[in-house]
Design a protein around this ligand. Structure first.
Ligand code: NBP
Length: 479
């Protein structure tokens, strides 16, 4: 019983997290992997870590102090269930199983319920930051019980990334709250990446600048309000030359975006919750569109505008693209936080949205200066119903909106797809609208399905006798 924490699953994420844990004062780390070779390799390559290797679940449990605490880093889905079942055989009430894999939050809710019945604590934890984050400091989003947080809190605080002096970890909420927040983090990441890609495309096609020249623009943007990891790495990618051909690397990479599914989960969940995450959805669909070469090849000759994009004032155009990117990014984050708010209401989690924005400032892929503005917004108004209505964002959107509109018009006029820019603008205008054509939709629904409608001038629910004399009657509310 020499270890205070254990890691099960020693592929790249688990072994890096184990090394991170071992490097912190006071930790002794037990390690176990299904196939022995990974354990042997890790222990042999990192003698400095003082790992306690285990070659069976029994040995693993026997090497841990009570309450035993194990972080599971295996493939999400069936493998996670298999490891939990095996750990339950050897763990005792009060012990803690942490799933750090990319689980779907509904699986986490299910697992937490089942595991809790045995008296063992189960914590679903979102881990962001990839391999490097796991090793040097990830952003951690643990759910689970308050009891488990007492033991886990200090350990997780010691290994998390640090942003402005604060560790990037907070107890998000019970059961699946951590994985839910991690899912939305990934959805926002999809939107952020798509927006950056649209900005790059417009600048390239509008100004004819080379990727290396555009890299300088992104590097410059990274010194201002857009400062973020994703903008920084965009400059790095655009600057890269392909060794084999001497061409910009971005020009030899096949233009079909992959996805591991967390963007789709964010959108599917938002659809069930009725939350309009249109920027995230468009970003997810844009990846899907890109990855259908057969459809793209038969569509190549569809008619488009005759005139190619002509930009007269290059510097002014680039600045307008920057503003459109910033405004659309505000929308994407606002939509993402709206989804977290709605998820919290649906599943009974009390989630501190300001704290969520703070733990994303370091370690994770969407880390950005901008998150401080979100934290300030929620500090000032914790129940803010729409993030982008916070004073700072209203000012930023006011400053950006003319440029944003012009860029969306320009893109549409020139036949350049900018789905995330334009859907974000439509969302913004939809929120602003005094009246929406939803009234007509209610009329149509009442016409074909007697779904009824409410009136602006009177309480109650109404139906027009469309197939009769078209008078209006009071109706039962059937929506
Ligand atoms: P993988 O997702 O590739 O999983 C490989 C690990 O799962 C190996 O240790 C493997 O053991 C183990 N495993 C499998 Br597969 N089936 C098992 C079973 N039935 N019982 C026990 N162990 C089993 O590893 P990864 O890329 O390190 O990711 C680990 C988790 O972290 C995943 O859920 C991933 O989604 C998540 N995550 C990844 C990132 C990232 O950037 N890669 C970021 C954040 C979260 P074996 O060696 O015996 O085959």
């Amino acid at each position: 019983q020499s270890a205070n924490i254990g890691v099960v699953g020693l592929a790249v994420m688990g072994s890096n997290l184990a090394r991170n844990l071992a490097s912190r004062e006071g930790n002794t780390v037990a390690v176990y992997n299904r196939s022995r070779s990974k354990t042997d390799d890790l222990v042999a390559e990192h003698p400095e870590a003082g790992f306690v290797p285990a070659f069976s679940y029994e040995q693993f449990a026997a090497s841990l102090h009570k309450p035993r605490t194990a972080i599971v880093m295996v493939k999400a889905g069936g493998p996670t269930d298999a490891v939990i079942d095996a750990l339950l055989e050897v763990f005792e009430p009060g012990d803690i199983i942490v799933d750090g894999g990319n689980a779907l939050f509904t699986d986490t809710i299910r697992r937490e319920k089942t595991v809790r019945e045995t008296g063992v604590n189960f914590v679903g934890m979102g881990v962001s930051g990839g391999e490097e984050g796991a090793l040097l400091g990830p952003s951690l989003m643990p759910g689970g019980s308050d009891e488990s947080w007492v033991t886990l809190g200090p350990i997780l605080r010691s290994i998390a990334a640090v942003a402005e002096g604060e560790p990037c970890v907070t107890h998000i909420g019970h059961d699946g709250a951590g994985h839910f927040v991690k899912m939305v983090h990934n959805g926002i990441e999809y939107a952020d990446m798509q927006l950056i890609a649209e900005a790059y495309d417009l600048i390239r096609r509008g100004t004819g600048k080379s990727p290396a020249e555009i890299a300088e623009i992104f590097a410059e943007w990274n010194r201002g309000e857009l400062e973020s990891y994703l903008i920084e790495i965009t400059a790095e990618v655009l600057r890269q030359t392909d060794a084999a051909t001497g061409r910009p690397l971005v020009d030899v990479i096949l233009d079909q975006a992959g996805a591991k599914g967390t963007g789709a989960w964010t959108v599917q969940t938002a659809l069930s919750l009725g939350v309009p995450v249109s920027g995230i959805a468009e970003a997810t669909f844009a990846r899907s569109l890109s990855s259908h070469p057969e459809q793209r090849s038969v569509s190549r000759n569809l008619p488009g505008p005759v005139e190619a994009l002509q930009v007269d004032d290059v510097d002014a155009f680039i600045e307008e693209v920057r503003l459109a990117l910033y405004a659309s990014k505000i929308v994407a984050y606002s939509q993402g936080f709206d989804e977290i708010r709605a998820g919290a209401a649906e599943y009974g989690w009390s989630i501190d949205l300001g704290a969520v924005s703070k733990i994303w400032r370091g370690g994770c892929i969407i880390r950005a200066q901008f998150l401080n503005r979100i934290a300030e917004a929620y500090d000032a108004a914790p129940d803010l119903p729409v993030l982008l209505t916070a004073p700072y964002f209203v000012e930023a959107l006011g400053r950006a909106q003319d440029a944003w509109r012009r860029i969306v018009q320009t893109a549409a006029g020139a036949g350049i797809p900018a789905p995330a820019f334009s859907s974000s603008l439509s969302y913004y205008d939809g929120l602003r609208a005094e009246r929406l054509p939803a009234a007509l939709i209610q009329g149509q629904r009442d016409f074909f399905g007697a779904h009824t409608y409410r009136r602006v001038d009177r309480e109650g629910t109404f139906h027009t006798l469309w197939s009769g004399d078209r008078t209006e009657v009071e109706a039962e509310d059937t929506h």
